[in-house]
Design a protein around this ligand. Structure first.
Ligand code: UDP
Ligand code: MG
Length: 308
């Protein structure tokens, strides 16, 4: 059986068209399937619509979370409940085209444990987000382990065995599934897809929340940023030695350097470095803080499941 997990947050405008397209594609595959819609604390009528869909269609199962726990948490809730042998995960706004599902299924049946989807462009991003994303992806390439591809998205199919690993063994509070999936090893395939335009509704990520998410991702998979301080420290020490020797020499040959500009520039530079480093350390402290609290990733209000 195939399970399709879809996290949904305030998607009332697009849900029906998404469901229709998905249903049609899945019917053509001629394999048993179940849909698992996860309502991530929607406030716009998505929940009522999901209830109706559950009553009308025996493939539709729904998990209602008690509040908005975020995209990743909603995905984990759905993955946890999936009963199929092949488990798909995709966004519910038609940006992850359901038409790719047959290709993904075919690929995973060739003997792969996971098939990850890589967006072939960022064309659907608004200009500001596009620019910020480009910079951020370059940064990721430097910081993250070799082989990490930032274009791989939260659109994937995995075998049950991989699902068990990611929900039972990767129990960190701050999870980034597409990062974890890339780091698992196993026999995996990557397929390209052309991201679609959001059919209706708005992106749930503001510029700030994307920024925070990006910082999280940078500290989640790498400790490299923590070591920037050591590098900067050595650079500053080298610089200080050169400037120090120069000033001493000038002093002893009776041409003392008048240093107002140098002092102001250096002082601002050093304090800027220090604050950036403090911020980086703060980011990791926040990360550790969240982890040690070991709070649940999400809470379920109720579920509507058909017998499988
Ligand atoms: N989503 C969610 N919880 C959230 C934010 C988003 O379940 O707190 C869902 C959303 O309904 C959609 C998917 O995650 O199905 C991706 O969200 P969105 O399209 O807003 O992100 P973008 O494509 O802009 O990165
Ligand atoms: Mg989207």
């Amino acid at each position: 059986m195939l399970s399709i997990v879809v996290p949904l947050y305030n998607e009332v405008e697009v849900l029906i068209s998404f469901h229709d397209v998905l249903y049609e594609v899945l019917n053509k595959i001629k394999e048993p399937f179940e849909l698992i819609y996860v309502d991530d604390g929607s406030t716009d009528g998505t929940a009522q619509l999901l209830e109706e869909l559950h009553q009308q269609c025996d493939k539709v199962n729904v998990i209602f979370l008690t509040a908005n726990f975020g995209h990743e948490a909603a995905m984990v809730a759905g993955l946890n409940a999936a009963r199929g042998e092949y488990i798909f995960c995709m966004d519910g706004d038609l940006q992850h085209p359901p038409s790719m599902i047959p290709h993904m299924f075919q690929k995973i049946k060739e003997g792969y444990e996971l098939v990850l989807m890589r967006k072939s462009s960022l064309k659907t991003y608004p200009l500001l987000r596009l620019l910020a994303t480009r910079v951020y992806y370059c940064l990721l390439k430097v910081v993250l382990p070799h082989g990490f591809d930032p274009y791989i998205s939260d659109f994937f199919v995995i075998k049950k065995r991989i699902r068990d690993i990611i929900v039972r063994q990767y129990v960190e509070r701050t999870r980034l599934l597409r990062g974890i999936l890339q780091s698992l090893g196993f026999k995996k395939a990557v397929l390209d897809y052309e991201p679609g335009w959001r059919k209706a509704g708005k992106s749930k990520y503001s510029f700030t929340s994307l920024g925070l998410l990006s910082l999280e991702m940078l500290s989640m998979f790498s400790e490299k940023p923590l070591r920037i301080g050591i590098l900067l420290g050595f650079l500053m020490a080298l610089f200080a030695t050169i400037v120090g020797i120069y000033s001493l020499v000038m002093y002893f040959i009776d041409k003392p350097v008048s240093g107002y500009t140098t002092i102001v520039v250096l002082l601002s530079l050093v304090s800027a470095f220090q604050f950036i480093l403090l911020g980086i350390i703060g980011n990791y402290v926040g990360f550790v803080f969240r982890e040690i609290k070991k709070r649940p990733l999400y809470l379920i209000e109720r579920t509507l499941f058909h017998e499988s």
